[in-house]
Write a protein that binds this ligand. Sequence first.
Ligand code: C2O
Ligand code: CU
Ligand code: CU
Length: 845
Amino acid sequence: MRYRTSLAIPLVTALLAPALGLADTVILSAIKDNTLYEPVLQDAFALMSDGIGPTMFAGKVKDAKNQANQVAVRRALLEFDIAGNVPAGASIDSVQLTLTCDKVGQNTNFEVRLHRALAEWGEGTSDTGNSRQGRGEPATPGDATWQHTIYPSQLWTNLGGDYATTASGTKPVGPVGNYVWGSSSGLVADVQTWLDAPSQNHGWVIVADESVIQTTKRFATRENATIASRPKLVVNYTPATVTGACCDGSSCSLTAPGACGGVYQGDGSSCSPNPCFVATGACCANDASCTEASQATCEGGGGIYQGDSTTCSATECPLVLTKYLDPLPIPPVATPTSGTPGGTATYDFAIKESKATLHSELPQTTVWGFDDGTHGAGFLGPTIEARTGQPVTVNWINDLRVFETQQLRTSHYLDVDTCVPDAVNDARVVFHLHGGHVPAAVDGYPESTIPPGPTPVPYLYPNNQQAGFLWYHDHALGMTRLNVYMGLAGLYYMRDSVEDALNLPTGSNELPLILQDRRFNPDGSFRYPAEWEDHVFGDKILVNGRVWPYLEVAKGKYRFRIVNGSTSRVYTLALLPPSGVLTFTVIGNELGLLPAPVNGVSELTIAPGERYDVVVNFAGLATNDTVLLQNSAGAPFPTGPVDLSDVMQFRVTAAAGDTDPLPAALRPVVPLDPGSAVATRDFLLKRSGLDDCGRQQWLIDGLGWHDITEHVALGTTEIWRFINDSGTSHPMHMHLVAFQVLDRDGFTTGPGGEIVPNGSPQLPPAEERGWKDTALVGPNEILRVIARFEDYMGNYPYHCHILEHEDNEMMRQFVVPEPAAISMLASGAVLVALLARRRARRASH
Ligand code: C2O
Ligand code: CU
Ligand code: CU
């Protein structure tokens, strides 16, 4: 239906219909008219017509000349040119046909009906003039007759004309006068049809009452001398304005060009199909849900647009958590089962799976941690306070149970990638005291894992070392990254009387900051890739097991024991006060204090496994000042993007803090003499080798964990050169020993693959000139460290502390053999073979 109903148009129809302009009216004159005369036998002129005559007839007559009272029917034909006068696309609103009746058989009202003609007919030159109108004139070529649509060759299907059975309009006509066939749906439909399909426009057949005689009415034709009497068709219509598709973002509507608030697609353009292409992409909501939307829609709804053409299936939407909402938790000091904390003591540490809140907006996370029997298990473990010379025993128990069922675990919580060498999908663990100078039997040898079960494994730590900042963590071969990710780490402070005497900030002014990054699923669970990846970075930073915490600080000094417990992430830390400058004073490295405080350290780079002992003085800040601990390290370090810059916030309270001065001297660090080194070993760090899934591994000298080639004589000093022939940094860690960083140098690789140092080694910065167990070697850099191998024998790991590298398979072992074994080796074939292998390897570099 093209015509418009005038009222109560449903909104949808209104929107979908072409836009319409202002209503208009045309008054049309007929383009053709004629009369069909039913032949009468006696009539000599059976085929009558009245093409250009001034009148036309409708009705049944009694032929005046026919004495037998034979009757005949007259029907008029009338056509208007609609399509030529009403614009295409218009909607016909109403029509009125006015005919002037100028002669009647009798004044009685008879119905005169308009029927749509179904065939094209003609108007010739026959002309009754003012005579014989009742009987017509002989048809001329082109005329319509009772038989012909167009005389003499074309015929009606039905004698007397073909027309629609149902009348489109009806009007009683009585005496002479003007008669209007007012708008009816039939007439409107006829005119609309003729407008839309001009070839179907054959006008109307005008039929009067033919049921009785003498119903005849005579009407003026278009040729009538009285112009006012000629047939006239008034057509009221509403024109279609020019419209086109209008794009507002990706939504399309049809508008006139001037009415388009967006981008007009051109006259006649359509919204189906929608031409308004707007790039869409994945849109992440704060709750980590993903939708695909345009950038405008996404950002309008508070989402984070991931870029054009990104898809939800390929997008991992992060949970958005409010920063600095939760206070920094401080791990409790572990309670021993016997002895005293800070002295000789025995601890029972059960590893348990539990649910922990790692941010108050985050659902609880399934975590692993250590339960000392007093504090319960959570994420990470309690802090062991130990003292030089006072041994500590920890009974490690692997009590990992599936939280929901409390059944001992037979598989890992996270996906285990078994292409990583020696990785097994179970819940094996082993405990390593990182920084501990301990016998090999309690070092947490990566193969000495213990499965979930009731039997405690006692490790006796002799604490035969000076005050330092140790930490314990899992070390299971091929699975360390997964176990640590779940939470298997904790702190171990070694203290002694030298340090005690220095009056460093203590108690609530001495706090650990355990830096870790993690990724979460929307349900709060940890998200770690199922397949091994070179580096794994979280999108949230946790300090002491809380995402983006804050710490209220008094106006004074704090001693922060910072450990990077992340798997891959290196941090370059800086303090951002509201105004002015705030720096770190570095007082110690992993395994002891520096000779003197290093003041004014504005940036402190700390790699996985490294620790820094720092003092920060908030005394100069105002109450309510906030200080941001900020990270500016690229991930991976150093060339990757800085993807996570906020770490935590300090809020300065009105309270007065520790304002005692720091001592000018801390603890002498006697440099190890390179001249005393009995050996220099080179370790080439390079991506090489393939794991069981054909992925490149990180190897040291092209060898892995099971290739044992390094034998170090007990009681000797050695220099180890870590040569980083890769594009990323590696924090290299040695078990058993405390080392000193000698220097770092660049190098070039000769044509035969030989390493040629630049010869301009740089001393480590002052804040790194203490006792360390982990040190960073940058891309294309040679790191030289020096260490003494004392007290204990056996197999000890050395490795990159990026846990993803360590697991696959940037970890090897050195052996400090029994003295007897050394002489045996020295004389035996084993050593010969090993040396040959090593030479061969070197040669191939
Ligand atoms: Cu902190 Cu062998 O590791
Ligand atoms: Cu270690
Ligand atoms: Cu590495």
